[in-house]
Design a protein around this ligand. Structure first.
Ligand code: PGA
Ligand code: ZN
Length: 427
């Protein structure tokens, strides 16, 4: 029976922030079905592909009826009858139909939900889980999780300036053990904060909403939480997403909490001070998206020792990854499929990074749903790392729990990337 696309339909569903988003269902002529959902960011890079939102007074301008109409109209027309197993052709059709550099006509929310739904349908028609369909005959590993303990920045009312204080359970022997370690640190951190009167709830991605007096107090508390949970720093290490574009630009970085402003050189010294003082193994977006000199200086200083990840700096774009390799501006890429708008373009950015020996981190957005596709992408593509937010709230836990099911399905052949998931040839 044929794997041609017979039916394609978009509906509005709601994300973890209670905002509208796009879900697409695809049915093939052999009866196989696939579903894709668009996540949504809050701290977006300016070069990201555009989400199509309605604007206007209703639902804060965030409704997606225009994106749904694009899927149910022109996208369905173009894709009906095409072979779902030819992902590159499907995505090329979406890119050509859109015709803009940032997917502003169809909307990246419309294109990524469609692209993913087709991929899921292709896997389903082989009777395979997505990770296995993507891996083919290759041996692949469960990714090293990067899990948020405190939220900040745009995800916690800017209560602290740094966006994500995360941990990486590099000493775990399995994905299952990795989650146990993170659970222990997450709850130890919550207890410490509650005892100190510094706990104000949970932030957008499920990390504790902190009431700290300084950004560095978050680092001190996180280090203490690792101690309290009984781990050494070669078992559980710290990772930060600075998301510096949210509070700085080349030449001027302003910490709102401390009311302090730094030029690029002074900001570099602050970050280097933290890397030297705390058990930090990875830093994302330490400088603003346009601050190539800052990224280069930071990578030059610590890129041999720790991972330097580009998120807003690279926006999952293969050409920007290639440029950053030349510039030695980072040594790892964050892969967010909705940042670029199709699966094929996400794979292109990943392939450029992989060839350079960079780290690769598949990542969720701060606005998510119960969809677990990214866990399958990280595993099936063997990226080595996965970032999903914290260890609370079901849109996050659905993904961590899916990793456990995949590990179990691999049985005796399961391999956990662990520390090897980090870049093996740092900049
Ligand atoms: P976002 O944040 O999804 O709100 O953009 C995630 C990140 O910066 O990594
Ligand atoms: Zn980021």
């Amino acid at each position: 029976m044929s794997t041609s696309i017979q039916h394609l339909h978009a509906r509005r569903i709601w994300d973890s922030r209670g905002r509208p988003t796009v879900e697409v269902d695809v049915q093939l002529s052999n009866g196989a079905q696939g579903r894709g959902v668009a996540p949504a960011g809050a701290s977006r890079g300016s070069r990201e592909a555009l989400e199509l939102r309605d604007g206007g007074p209703l639902l804060g301008g965030l409704d997606v009826s225009q994106a749904l109409a694009q899927v149910n109209g022109p996208i369905a027309q173009a894709l009906l009858g095409m072979d779902a197993c030819e992902q590159a052709k499907i995505d090329q059709t979406l890119i050509a139909l859109d015709g803009t550099s940032l997917k502003s006509r169809l909307g990246a929310n419309a294109t990524i939900a469609t692209s993913l739904a087709v991929l899921q349908a292709a896997a389903a028609s082989e009777g395979l889980p997505l990770w296995r369909y993507l891996a083919g005959d290759k041996a692949v590993r469960l990714p090293l999780p990067e899990i948020q303990i405190f939220g900040g920045g745009a995800h916690a009312g800017r209560r602290v300036d740094i966006q994500d204080f995360l941990v990486m359970p590099v000493g775990a022997q399995s994905f299952d053990e990795a989650l146990v370690m993170v659970a222990n640190v997450y709850h130890a951190a919550g207890k410490l904060m509650a005892a100190a009167g510094k706990l104000a709830g949970v932030a957008d991605e499920g990390g504790w909403w902190p009431a700290f007096d300084s950004n560095e107090e978050a680092l001190q508390t996180l280090t203490r939480a690792i101690d309290a949970a009984g781990y050494r720093y070669d078992q559980v290490a710290i990772s930060l997403d600075i998301a510096a574009s949210e509070f700085g630009r080349a030449g001027a970085y302003k910490l709102g909490l401390e009311q302090q402003e730094f030029d690029s050189e002074a900001w570099l010294q602050v970050l280097l001070g933290w890397v030297n003082k705390y058990p930090i193994l990875s830093i994302e977006d330490p400088f603003a998206e346009g601050d190539t000199a800052g990224m280069q200086a930071f990578t030059n200083a610590v890129g041999q020792r720790i991972q330097v990840v580009g998120d807003d700096y690279l926006v999952t774009q293969a050409s920007l990854v290639a440029q950053a390799i030349q510039d030695k501006a980072c040594n790892a890429v964050l892969l967010k499929p909705n940042q670029i708008g199709t699966i094929t373009e996400t794979v292109q950015a990943m392939d450029v990074a992989r060839t350079a020996g960079w780290g690769m981190v598949v990542s969720a957005r701060s606005g998510e749903t119960e969809d677990t596709a990214i866990v399958h992408l990280a595993t099936g593509w063997d990226t080595g790392q996965l970032k999903v937010g914290s260890f609370a709230r079901s849109e996050r836990m659905a993904k961590w729990n899916e990793g456990l099911r995949i590990e179990e399905a691999m049985g005796g052949k399961a391999v956990f990337a662990g520390k090897q998931g980090l870049p093996q040839k740092p900049a």
